[in-house]
Write a protein that binds this ligand. Structure first.
Ligand code: DGL
Length: 237
């Protein structure tokens, strides 16, 4: 199968990594819009403009389906995006909400981008009443620029340590898992896992990985090498 996946930058690679682990025999095409990141501070109109060329790109590549490996686009543009194409599209937030609604967590905390938190998708769709949504706008720049500030991370963790579960509502945040675990002993949910558990795909093509980014520099290459261990082709688009 040919699978298209996209995000603003390296965040979606955390989703890609889980897909490769479960389905190693597929052709993956990843699109990272590094020229326009972060997405989390942009409004819906801007995001829709940015998403259009990505969908056209995947249509040209004739992918079998598209994974929105981005919490911000999933929370803000999913219904519009589905109307842009006949290719099946999967968002990353719906399976997380379904998973949480079928489990007995009483209090939940969510770290996500400004745009995702402003959408209140978690508060609106989760059955549980005790849902704490927290904007963590420093995280994406910290991760993309490789400049982690532990005091900022710790301060956010102090707000959620007594909840039953922390949901990483942005696909960049699994890249902070080691730092978050320094301050938290509650379960931490990577949205890629419920997504993968909610779909069944075949695993019958030779492995191939193509990475496309709208801006490539040495920092990006170093970041990719830390996340993706398989061989890949990378191109600026
Ligand atoms: N990784 C994306 C998300 O899941 C986008 C983050 C950003 O660019 O602000 O929300």
């Amino acid at each position: 199968m040919k699978i298209g996946m996209f995000d603003s930058g390296i965040g979606g690679l955390t989703v890609l990594k889980e897909f490769i682990k479960k389905y190693p025999n597929n052709h993956y095409i990843y699109y990272g819009d590094t020229k326009n990141l972060p997405y989390g501070t942009k409004d819906k109109e801007e995001l829709l403009k940015l998403v259009k060329p990505i969908i056209s790109f995947f249509a040209k590549q004739k992918v079998d389906f598209i994974i929105i490996a981005c919490g911000t686009i999933s929370s803000t543009c999913f219904s519009e995006l589905k109307k842009m194409t006949t290719i099946p599209v999967y968002d990353i937030i719906t399976p997380t909400i379904n998973y949480l609604n079928h489990n007995n967590y009483k209090s939940m905390a969510i770290f996500a981008t400004n745009r995702t938190i402003d959408s209140h998708i978690f508060k609106d769709k989760l059955i549980a009443k005790d849902v704490l949504e927290i904007k963590t706008p420093e995280f994406v720049p910290m991760i993309e620029n490789n400049k982690l500030d532990l005091s900022i991370i710790k301060n956010y963790c102090l707000q959620v340590f007594n909840h039953d579960i922390l949901i990483l509502g942005c696909t960049h945040y699994p890249l902070l898992i080691n730092e978050l675990k320094k301050y938290l002993s509650i379960p931490i949910l990577n949205m890629a896992i419920p997504l993968l558990n909610s779909i069944e795909i075949s695993n019958d093509t030779n492995f191939k990985l193509e990475l496309y980014f709208t801006k490539i520099d040495t920092n990006l290459i170093n970041n990719i090498q830390k996340i993706i261990k398989e061989s890949y082709i990378i191109k600026e688009i």
